[in-house]
Design a protein around this ligand. Structure first.
Ligand SMILES: C[S@@+](CC[C@H](N)C(=O)[O-])C[C@H]1O[C@@H](n2cnc3c(N)ncnc32)[C@H](O)[C@@H]1O
Length: 492
């Protein structure tokens, strides 16, 4: 329980005990905001003209609100001259949280939350910080709400970027350096995106015209979005992109979801371990959706192997109609050490009904027949492409002391946990000063047998609800899988 003696003066925007300003202005503000909300909810359907008209009406209504602020707001307009309790209750209700959930997420006692809402207690600075740390509450911690014409946009200024508990990028870079200067071995895929140069090299690869045409543009976005709508209906969605990188693929998919779903109510979380990639992806998402009140964007620097630790993403409200949609796109599943273990561990917080979407490359031949794989898989008949060598060789050049020369080749890995699947390992042979050599497996990609993937997911409690093959301009067939978490069977 927190002592509530000292009232914070650092958050004038959310605290106002000046009730003398309640006025016709407040009433007008209230009704105009309600009007705006109602307009947002008015679905114009798919007709282009109607959509444009809807947008125009929204713009006009926003302008009216701004004019009201500019010409009629009292000297120190705050978030209305309402009490802090009213503001808190409104934000909590808009976030769809109960008082108990808010207490749990902010680490405050439920009785304190009640007293704050009822106006019996005023918040201390620590209490305000705790409340502002609950992303969904969108409580604005500074004086943003005192700025005329900014109020309606204040959700943009709410805290929307998080560093996950226990995440330490500096230690990860130290670990990478240690491994580069050890005796060689496999580099876990998280490390090859971490530093800014690795991120830049990866961005260049992923945006090369051939890759964009083969994968990024050919992904069946519309079919995936329609499938989500059919399976989940009109529920609010928490779209959780795991490893979004520059987020081009994920943002495009979310745009299709917005198109498909009536009255969307979306929260879009981008979780990536690489700070440079996260800031790139987050900025792209915010630039794309910033004006859209139907979606809240949030960046999280974190490790998807630690997903169950991130409770903000995994609470299960008693009466929630929201569903989570985990997205792991761009072949990310195929870079992991052990896919079944990852599915089992990382998604242990998924609730029945949640969706998991990922794309993978298909096998050209069975893992039991390596000769046939060498014959059929086009990658194996060519040298490792230059762009990949630049990206994967970068960490060796930067962190492996005495590295003189690096040569890359493929190695076939047929000892995979998923039946029928095989992997291509990118092996770097490094020549060091003094004529010694060291070998690293810098990266791995996989090819899967769709049926075995489906069986594996089924055994882990995930039902396949969609499968969309695609290959764009590439000769490498791929598929997007959509799985839904089943309700566990109750033992008799
Ligand atoms: C193959 S890229 C895919 C990027 C993007 N989804 C796309 O389709 O273009 C993998 C992404 O996962 C991120 N990543 C790798 N390991 C991670 C981890 N352990 N936790 C969080 N993100 C990770 C990388 O930083 C990178 O952005």
């Amino acid at each position: 329980m927190q002592p509530e003696a000292a009232v914070s003066s650092e958050f004038p925007s959310v605290i106002s005990d000046d009730t003398s300003q309640t006025s016709a202005y407040q009433a007008a503000l209230f009704h105009l905001r309600q009007g705006l909300q109602a307009l947002y909810e008015l679905s114009p359907g798919k007709d282009r003209e109607k959509k444009d008209a809807h947008e125009e009406v929204l713009v006009l209504q926003r302008q009216i609100l701004q004019l009201l602020h500019l010409h009629f707001s009292p000297e120190r307009e705050t978030s209305g001259a309402r009490s802090f309790g009213d503001v808190l209750r409104q934000h909590r209700e808009e976030a769809g949280l109960t008082q108990a959930q808010l207490a749990a997420f902010s680490n405050l006692s439920i009785s304190l939350v009640r007293k704050l809402e009822q106006g019996w207690n005023m918040p201390t600075r620590a209490t305000l910080l705790a409340l502002c740390s609950v992303a969904d509450l969108k409580l604005v911690p500074a004086e943003v709400t005192t700025l005329p014409s900014m109020r309606e946009d204040s959700h943009r200024l709410a805290p929307n970027c998080y560093l996950s508990p226990g995440f330490d990028a500096v230690s990860m870079m130290t670990e990478l350096g240690q491994q580069m200067n050890g005796s060689g071995g496999a580099i876990e895929q998280t490390y090859i995106y971490l530093d800014p140069k690795s991120a830049l090299d990866w961005i260049q690869l992923a945006n090369a015209p051939s890759y964009v045409a083969a994968f990024r543009e050919s992904m069946p976005h519309t079919a995936i979005a329609k499938c989500i709508r059919q399976v989940l209906g009109p529920s609010g969605l928490d779209l959780i992109a795991l490893g979004p990188g520059d987020a081009k693929v994920e943002v495009k998919l979310v745009q299709h979801i917005l198109e498909e779903i009536d009255r969307p109510n979306l929260r879009f979380y981008l979780l990536d371990a690489s700070q440079p990639l996260l800031s790139r992806g987050f900025r792209h998402a915010v630039d794309t959706f910033n004006d859209d009140p139907r979606i809240f964007v949030c960046g999280i620097q974190g490790n998807f192997h630690h997903l169950p630790r991130y409770l903000q993403l995994h609470y299960t409200p008693a009466r929630s109609h929201r569903r989570r949609v985990y997205m792991m796109l761009g072949d990310t599943i195929g870079n992991l050490e052990n896919e079944p273990q990852f599915f089992q561990n990382a998604f242990s917080g998924a609730a029945p009904g949640d969706l998991l979407i990922f794309d993978v490359g298909y096998a050209f031949s069975d893992s039991m027949d390596p000769t046939d794989i060498y014959r059929c898989d086009p990658a194996l008949s060519k040298p490792v492409p230059e762009g990949l060598q630049r990206w994967l060789g970068g960490p060796i050049q930067r962190y492996c002391q005495g590295a003189q020369n690096i040569s890359f080749s493929y190695r076939l890995d047929v000892h995979r946990p998923l039946a029928g699947s095989y992997g291509l390992q990118f092996i770097a042979k490094v020549q060091l000063l003094g004529m010694t050599t060291r070998e690293f497996c810098m990266h791995q990609i996989r090819r899967y047998q769709p049926e075995s993937l489906t069986r594996c997911m089924q055994s882990l409690g995930w039902e396949q609800v969609g499968l969309f093959p695609f290959n764009g301009s590439s000769t490498r067939p791929k598929g997007v899988f959509i799985f839904q978490k089943r309700t566990p069977k109750v033992p008799h």
